[in-house]
Write a new protein. Structure first.
Length: 438
């Protein structure tokens, strides 16, 4: 008993010592990963391009607000996190940042006064930016963005998450490896360009990798098996990008690149958070860069089966729908009455207009939230430079009951070659209550 007490006392002392060290040892800031020539000047447009590839504008702009002036609410399980003003305004923005201050935000998630940022700012990924790109971004924000005075709401999370120094311990776990980009020397330049864009600026893992028990990204580069194996954002599935039945592995390089450039391809369309990623970020990338991303994704994945050709024998679902018999189950009838006109009885839709529902990752996602939201509220493809036409599917909120939507969704999740769990009336009810966020 006595020894146990002694051990406990010792542990308490060690704990206190650690805590003190934790609070009083100054925060480390990662230094530049390369020394650039004194006269290094980013090429015209490079900073802006990097900003697009990193999608800084999407988070740091409020709905309808001035670009980069902050104030957008990001919902987290711990409460609302408000994005900050990153225009070069001296009082309310980042006008007094030095290059070292700016780098510390991107690499370490630390502001000039030593405050730790919440990882809603994806510094886990931006840590991989090269020094040239850090300087290009800095140059862009300081000289090309106009200063805007806008004081944003301070973020106040509930205890204990309001104690930001707790993030120091979190960062020891989350910030793995050296800062900067380490190419895979066994692969070619195109692969490595894609690897850089995906792992660094594109922060694809922030949504497409699962989370560890500590909520760090589980897999921040291709060396992790779990990297891009599927994650969740706001109960919405960000699908696996590497398995044999995932989009990129079934589609191949050209169709995946088309999806990133235009939010649509011969098989699918981007909805929800991914529609926003395409609208605000990947549509601005060059075709070579989107191809490089697609090429990287297909190389780190397990090749998938190409979707069945229409010449193949019809599936039982297609036969059932084509028969349109009087004893057809409710799910199939709801599909024929409401959806089949566009998505067709074979579930193949029409390339670049009506997405394929057979083998569609949103339809078969682990979480049915995305599918239910699309049926309730419809979806709209953004107009992109390469595909300016807007395409809309209306919502069925007023036409179908929760029970009907559950039956229809369950049918779709098991139609053609799909195989996924059933959807309940309660699932639909819960999502209807959330209203239309997009
Ligand atoms: C996914 C959303 C998201 C993206 C993308 C994003 N940020 Fe942030 N950023 C945030 C949030 C949220 C905060 C505030 C976090 C907090 O309060 O702890 C933040 C904080 C910052 C800060 C600290 C400002 C201060 O002094 O308080 C800077 C600087 C910054 N971001 C720059 C950038 C740049 C540059 C990019 C693009 C390379 C970027 N951010 C992309 C969400 C984002
Ligand atoms: C903010 C979260 C988020 C980020 C960041 C994000 N994605 Fe996505 N992504 C999603 C969601 C959610 C979907 C599902 C959309 C749908 O089914 O319509 C998706 C779908 C996709 C798909 C289609 C997969 C399929 O099987 O249908 C591809 C390909 C993709 N993302 C690639 C990327 C790449 C590459 C990046 C980084 C440049 C990226 N995503 C960044 C959330 C995100
Ligand atoms: C008038 C034609 C039309 C009808 C009718 C229609 N849709 Fe759609 N649907 C579309 C278009 C266009 C899109 C692409 C919009 C987007 O993704 O932003 C789409 C997208 C979808 C998606 C998202 C696919 C993805 O990859 O993100 C699903 C799921 C879907 N529809 C299911 C249905 C269901 C179920 C019905 C019947 C209740 C239905 N649709 C009726 C035209 C239609």
């Amino acid at each position: 008993m006595k020894t146990l007490l002694k051990v406990l006392a010792a542990l308490v002392l060690v704990g206190i010592a650690c805590l003190l060290a934790f609070i009083f040892v100054p925060v480390q800031r990662t230094e530049a990963t390369a020394e650039l020539a004194a006269n290094f000047k980013p090429a015209e447009g490079r900073g802006e391009y990097l900003m697009r590839a990193s999608d800084c504008m999407a988070c740091h702009t409020n709905e309808g607000g001035t670009p980069f002036a902050g104030g957008r609410a990001i919902q987290s399980p711990m409460g609302t996190i408000w994005t900050t003003n990153i225009t070069p305004d001296k009082e309310t923005g980042i006008g007094s940042y030095t290059l070292d201050d700016f780098r510390a935000v991107l690499y370490d998630g630390v502001t000039p006064n030593g405050t730790h940022l919440y990882p809603a700012m994806p510094y886990e990924n931006y840590r991989k930016l090269t020094e040239e790109d850090v300087v290009s971004l800095y140059d862009y924000f300081m000289h090309e963005v106009k200063p805007v005075s806008n004081k944003v709401e301070p973020t106040k999370l509930a205890f204990p998450f309001n104690i930001r120094f707790g993030l120091r311990a979190w960062n020891w776990v989350a910030l793995r490896g050296e800062a900067g980009f380490a190419p895979n020397t066994a692969e070619d330049a195109i692969f490595n360009r894609g690897k850089y864009l995906v792992e660094g600026p594109g922060h694809c893992a922030a949504c497409h990798s699962p989370r560890s028990v500590l909520m760090t990204q589980d897999g921040i580069d291709e060396t992790y098996k779990s990297f891009l194996s599927g994650g969740e954002i706001d109960n919405y599935t960000a699908p696996d990008l590497r398995g044999p039945s995932s989009g990129p592995q079934k589609w191949g390089v050209e169709e995946t690149a088309a999806y990133l450039a235009t939010a649509r391809n011969a098989h699918s369309t981007a909805t929800g958070e991914m529609m926003l990623v395409v609208r605000d970020s990947t549509q601005y990338l060059t075709q070579d860069d989107n191809r490089a991303i697609a090429s990287f994704l297909t190389k780190i994945g397990t090749p998938g089966q190409q979707a069945a050709k229409s010449a193949d024998a019809p599936t039982p679902t297609e036969e059932l729908l084509s028969s349109a018999g009087p004893d057809m189950p409710l799910g199939a009838r709801l599909y024929l009455d409401n959806c089949g006109g566009c998505h067709l009885v074979n579930g193949k839709g029409a390339p670049e207009i009506f997405p394929e529902l057979d083998g569609n990752s949103l339809v078969t996602a682990k979480s049915s939230k995305g599918l239910i939201s699309v049926i309730l509220h419809g979806a709209e493809l953004p107009s992109t430079e390469k595909r300016p036409m807007k395409v809309r599917m209306q919502g069925y909120e007023d036409r179908l009951s929760d029970e009907e939507i559950a039956t229809l969704a369950t049918f779709l999740r098991n139609a053609w070659t799909n195989k996924a769990s059933a959807v309940t009336t309660q699932d639909v009810e819960a999502i209807r209550k959330l209203g239309n966020a997009h």
